[in-house]
Structures are given as structure tokens and as C-alpha cells.
Design a protein around this ligand. Structure first.
Ligand code: DSN
Length: 427
């Protein structure tokens, strides 16, 4: 692949003239994305259609407000774009009300808290070190600073969420809002059980489905919409859209949520990415999306099974969704997640270090690796390739001090990746 082939044709011709330097850097990352096994579970390859609309003239317009009630003139087509995105998201998820304006997942969660809580109110959320997200109450995040936080984690024995313990914590702390959702939890959520706990203490239930939104839309994970008062998600993970987020809620919270997003926290919406979300929702409503999401899960199970055959211990013993956590201590007591991720990068395998439940190491070091299958599934890999991927991981870590072996594996990774090109215009 050369530089001109590797440019997005919708932008490259002019950009190449104006800024060859930035084109060159982008081309290098495109090559990296093509030649590497990208296993970070929160990432994905957005479709070419999604990328094209993101670099369109829709980026030129201010449209503060909502369809039909803008603070700027000239918004009639912005209204059409945003209404279409909302309509398609509603058809996909079946929610009563949807706000597609949050710029990112953190802003979406912030808007929910701003809409439903007062500073100092209690939130029950999953601890970051056990699989939660920064915005679920981490001390270093606004959520941990402005709200009173009670934390849940997983059971020490099963490494799964124990709903009896959640009910006990809810009764003890009487939260005003409970967050169900995670960034590093390999099992499914029983949203009906969470609703039951929320009702038992009169709490709002927020389901943060950022990681699993695609699985839910594709029928590969239970649906939170009948149970959550509010549901937040990003649009760029398993959902395979552009970077961004949205909030779904029951009709009774619609005004509060909308006012919290704008004018509460944000100004002008990014209509070019809202249009790209609309495109992604259309893609996600096609039958092929169901097959794709089912394959993500099948691939994760196949990868997990082969890692176990290679003597790695996985947190909770496996996976039911798109991701898994390797507990490195079970095989290499002295190898941290940070070191292991760097060794794997030498071999062209991109994963991220992650704490495991009850980790003795710090978040910057960790004893675990978090791996997911959305990206390698997007490029067409199936169960047979998962066996190869797991073996590459095992071989790399076993030979981590041998640069020549890591180079050989790098070559094999590149060959495998060459069989699964990431974008059709690169072929
Ligand atoms: N940063 C994301 C992740 O990697 O899981 C969550 O927002």
C-alpha cells in the first residue's frame, strides 16, 4: 500500500496539497491499523460511509437547540439530519426518547447526573478497579467529586456481580441513582434484576451500555430498554459508528435530559457526527449487523477457549460478550499487564493493560490484559483465526525476551492481517 492508495478519497486530494504532513501521519496509522491485530474492546473500524459523512460540510453549521427550536437560522437541514438520527436510533433500540447530541460517553453520563441529581446525592456505581468507568464514581473524576459514591465490585470467588450483594449495598447506602454498566466485565447484565434492586430503594436506574450497545442492537445481549430509566451509550464501540454518544430515556425524563445536555453542559451539537451516527444506525438495522454481533461473541468465546488451552486464567473463567480479561499472575507472576501489552505490541498485537478484580498492582501497571473481538470481527476473522490469535499471544509472552521470535510473530501477524483488509478502497 502506498500513501496515495491509503488516503480516504473523499478528503485526500485536497488535503494532500494543503497538508501532506498530516496525510503522511494518517497514512502511517492506517498502515498500523491494517497490519496489527487490534484487540482493544472499546475500539472498532467505522465504516467508510460513516467516515465520509464525518468529513462533510455538515461540520460547518452551528445549530444550538433541538430540531424545530434552534438558536441559529439556516438550520432546516440540520433539523432533518438530527431528526433522522433520532428516528433511526428509536427504531433500533425502541426507547421512548433519545438525545443524540452528547459529544462523548462521559458527557452523556454527566448530563444524566446533572438532570436527575443534586451535588452530594448518592450514586451506587461499579468500582473502576473492578471493571467500572471513570464516570461511575471514580475519585479522580467529576463523578467522585460532586456526588457521594458507594461502590460495588464483583464477588471474590466467582468474579461475577452478585445481585444479592448489590441489593444489600443499595439498602445500606440508599442511592438516588444506580449505575449498571462496565468497561471490563466479561459477563452479561441481568437488567431486570437491577430494576428490582433500584425499585426496592426508589433509585433511578442508569444503564451505561457503551461497550455492549452493538451487541444489544444486534440481539446478542439482553435488552436494558424496558428496565432503565435512562440509558447512555457511546456510538463508536461495538455499535461501529463515529465517536460520540447518546442518551435514551423514558418520556417522563425527556425534558430534564434535553435541558441538561443543552444548554446545561454543551453548546452547539456536532451535526457531522450526528449525521454519521444516523448512518451507523441505518447500518446497524441491516440483517448483517445481527450476524456480525453474533460473530463478535462467537469469536470472543473461541479466543477465550484457546487462551485457556494455552494455560492463561481468565477472570470469571471466560466470556459471554465481546471481551475478556487475562489474569497474568496465573502464568507469569512477575509479568505486569503493562509489560505484557508492550511485548505484544512488538509482535503487532494491540491490547490494553487492565486491572483485574482485587489486583495487587496499581492501575498504571496492572496484573491483567483486556482483549476484545469487535475489530478483528469487523475485518472478517472467524473462530479459526481466533485460534491463531491466541497462539500468537501465548508464543509472544513465552518468548518475550527474544526479539527475533517476536519479529517472526510480527511477520505472521502481518500475513494474517493481509488476508483481512480493513477498507475496500485499500485493496
Ligand atoms: N475508554 C473506554 C474503554 O476503553 O473502555 C471507556 O470509555
Amino acid at each position: 500500500m502506498n500513501t496515495s492508495e491509503s488516503r480516504n478519497p473523499s478528503i485526500a486530494s485536497k488535503l494532500g496539497e494543503v497538508d501532506p504532513q498530516i496525510v503522511e501521519i494518517t497514512a502511517k496509522d492506517l498502515k498500523r491499523q491494517q497490519d496489527s491485530l487490534m484487540l482493544i474492546p472499546s475500539e472498532n473500524y467505522a465504516s467508510r460511509a460513516v467516515m465520509e459523512i464525518q468529513s462533510s460540510i455538515l461540520a460547518n453549521k452551528y445549530a444550538e437547540g433541538y430540531p424545530g427550536e434552534r438558536y441559529y437560522n439556516g438550520c432546516q437541514f440540520m433539523d432533518e439530519v438530527e431528526s433522522l438520527a433520532i428516528e433511526r436510533a428509536k427504531a433500533l433500540f425502541g426507547a421512548e426518547h433519545i438525545n443524540v447530541q452528547p459529544h462523548a460517553g462521559s458527557q452523556a453520563n454527566m448530563a444524566v447526573y446533572h438532570a436527575l441529581l443534586e451535588p452530594g446525592d448518592t450514586i451506587l456505581g461499579m468500582s473502576l478497579s473492578q471493571g467500572g468507568h471513570l464516570t461511575h464514581g471514580a475519585g479522580v473524576n467529576f463523578s467522585g467529586n460532586y456526588y457521594n459514591i458507594a461502590m460495588y465490585g464483583v464477588d471474590a470467588e466467582t468474579e461475577r456481580i452478585d445481585m444479592e450483594e448489590i441489593a444489600r449495598l443499595a439498602a445500606q447506602h440508599r442511592p438516588k441513582l444506580i449505575v449498571v454498566g462496565a468497561t471490563a466485565y466479561p459477563r452479561q447484565f441481568d437488567f431486570a434484576a437491577w430494576r428490582h434492586v433500584a425499585d426496592s430503594v426508589g433509585a433511578y436506574l442508569l444503564a451505561d451500555i457503551a461497550h455492549i450497545a452493538g451487541l444489544i442492537a444486534g440481539g446478542a445481549h439482553p435488552d436494558p430498554v424496558p428496565y432503565g430509566d435512562v440509558i447512555t451509550t457511546t456510538t463508536h464501540k461495538t455499535l461501529r459508528g463515529p465517536r460520540g454518544a447518546m442518551i435514551m430515556c423514558k418520556a417522563e425524563y425527556a425534558d430534564k435530559i434535553d435541558r441538561a445536555v443543552f444548554p446545561g453542559l454543551q453548546g452547539g451539537p456536532f451535526l457531522h457526527t450526528i449525521a454519521a451516527r444516523a448512518v451507523a444506525f441505518k447500518e446497524a438495522s441491516a440483517p448483517a449487523f445481527k450476524t456480525y454481533q453474533a460473530q463478535i461473541v462467537k469469536n470472543a468465546k473461541a479466543l477465550a477457549a484457546r487462551l485457556i488451552e494455552n494455560d492463561f486464567r481468565l477472570v470469571s473463567g471466560g466470556t459471554d460478550n465481546h471481551l475478556m480479561l487475562i489474569d497474568l499472575t496465573s502464568k507469569y507472576e512477575k509479568l505486569s499487564g503493562r509489560q505484557a501489552a508492550d511485548h505484544l505490541e512488538d509482535a503487532g498485537i494491540i491490547v490494553n493493560k487492565n486491572t483485574i478484580p482485587f489486583d495487587k498492582r496499581k492501575p498504571r501497571t496492572t496484573s491483567g490484559l483486556r482483549l476484545g473481538t469487535p475489530m478483528i470481527t469487523t475485518r472478517g476473522m472467524k473462530e479459526d483465526e481466533m485460534v491463531l490469535v491466541a497462539d500468537f499471544i501465548a508464543e509472544t509472552l513465552e518468548n518475550r525476551q527474544k526479539a527475533s521470535i517476536k519479529r517472526q510473530i510480527r511477520g505472521k501477524v502481518k500475513e494474517l492481517c493481509a488476508q483481512f483488509p480493513i477498507y475496500e478502497y485499500l485493496q
